[in-house]
Design a protein around this ligand. Sequence first.
Ligand code: F6P
Length: 320
Amino acid sequence: IKTIGVLTSGGDAPGMNAAIRAVVREAIVKGLKVKGIKRGYAGLLQEEIVDMEAKDVSDIIERGGTILQTARCMEFTTPEGQQKGAEICKKHGIDGIIVIGGDGSFKGAQKLAALGINTIGLPGTIDLDIACTEYTIGFDTAVNTAMEAIDKVRDTSTSHERCSIIEVMGRGAGYIALWCGIANGAEDILLPEKYDYDEQKLVNNIIEKRKHGKKHHIIVNAEGIGHSASMAKRIEAATGIETRATILGHMQRGGSPTAKDRVYASTMGALAVDLLCEGKTNRVVGYRHGAFVDFDIDEALAMKKEIPEYEYQIAKNLSI
Ligand code: F6P
């Protein structure tokens, strides 16, 4: 390996910059050249490729977003797009590529590996929905951002004795909602993986808890279920309790990364370079049982992840 390329792909996540910085600097320490590929696979196909030096990643560890920009690229899901991408890598002397993103981005990396480019994936998504790892870059920051916002909504919800539905991100995955459910002591959590769409049960629970003296009723609703505004109207009509909806939205994807996201993203970035130096390819970095590890991308993509039943149960038990 002589030259490493690095790109960020899919939704951005706080800590991606820390990972980019680690890739660039670890590679330089190991005597390699680094090229930054802008706007994910879309930028690769447009040859938006720049040389990166150590100073190019100064003052970014504390910044949210990604200095390389990111995109979701349909063309790269086609065999023609993938072939073109591999040829562009070869043309620019990129013999190893580090892809920071989610499962969709890893599928692209898998294809590049099959076309002879050494690839390593780093799990970057606020959703925590990558099966091979207990940690993804950005989740910790996003969940802390959502938690702080929910604390604020809760203050006003209590003062007004309202029911508040707070919608957090996660189109297909309820991990942010689950963590906020526990961290914010929410009365109800609605996760795409678990919710049975029985709104009457929700209504009964609100009425029951009000009878027991609860001054507010916080419902953390995952984006995958959505429809928080109409749900609020129906709940208000059914319970007679004033109900408001707050959709936190993309604020959860921005902001300065937490210490955990900076440290883990830095470690994963450096590890990705070290794996390439060891001659590894078609791997994805993960964190499991207290250690940073790597998996074959094909195996990682075949793994399934489920909401931990015990945490889900205690979220309910602790909200009595
Ligand atoms: O990055 C993950 C995520 O934030 C999901 O939680 C959300 O469903 C999706 O991305 C939103 O994507 P976009 O910003 O493209 O609307």
